[in-house]
Design a protein around this ligand. Structure first.
Ligand code: HEC
Length: 179
């Protein structure tokens, strides 16, 4: 046997052995990932668009939201959303300016629907996704009312939340990435 053929034989042997072991164990090789179930996809496929697409059924008011806020949010964001160890969430309902440089959600964010999306997917940080749809609508209503953007008693649901006009709606420049 030439040197080259000896090397080739040495390489082939382990590959054959691996396939034989895999077949013995009744496993089909190679195993490149597992298909996701519809339920597993639904858990992650929860984007809410600026215009409200993706908002789930449910409703809530600032009154209910205040209770949730005190229990689950105030420890980091302050008793009234003024900020604490974490971001300020409440400010005057005017766009940021040199006199009011606040980037709190009420003065800065252009769409109220983003508050719902952000809170549902990431707050509170120790238990993201733990708030029900009603609780998320309620705490979003509380934050909007605390920022003086909606009246205290306003009910937030998929339709009313998408219709909220944020003070800084026109403070951003649209860039068409396709151009
Ligand atoms: C353990 C502390 C903690 C708790 C409790 C908590 N948050 Fe937060 N929150 C944070 C931190 C830290 C950030 C900044 C995260 C980032 O920028 O990625 C944040 C960011 C936010 C923002 C975005 C603010 C901005 O201007 O970017 C919102 C809205 C928010 N939290 C709402 C809530 C709500 C509602 C609750 C209660 C359900 C809550 N948070 C509970 C720590 C907390």
């Amino acid at each position: 046997m030439s040197m080259l053929r000896r090397v080739a034989a040495a390489i082939v042997v382990p590959v054959v052995a691996t396939v034989a072991i895999a077949e013995d164990a009744g496993v089909k090789a190679p195993r490149l990932g597992t298909p996701l179930s519809a339920d597993a996809i639904a858990k992650w496929d929860r984007t809410i668009f600026a215009d409200g697409r993706g908002l789930p059924p449910g409703k809530g008011t600032a009154k209910d939201g205040r209770v949730i806020y005190e229990q689950k949010c105030a420890s980091c964001h302050g008793e009234h959303g003024e900020g604490g160890t974490s971001e300020e969430l409440v400010s005057g309902p005017t766009p940021p300016s040199p006199d009011n440089p606040s980037k709190a959600i009420g003065s800065y964010w252009p769409y109220a629907t983003t508050i719902f999306d952000f809170v549902r997917r990431s707050m509170p940080p120790a238990a993201p996704g733990s708030l029900s749809a009603d609780e998320t609508y309620a705490v979003t209503a509380y934050l909007l009312a605390a920022n003086a953007i909606i009246p205290e008693g306003a009910k937030m649901d998929a339709k009313t939340l998408a219709a909220v006009r944020m003070p800084n709606r026109d403070g951003f420049i649209w860039i068409d990435i396709k151009k």
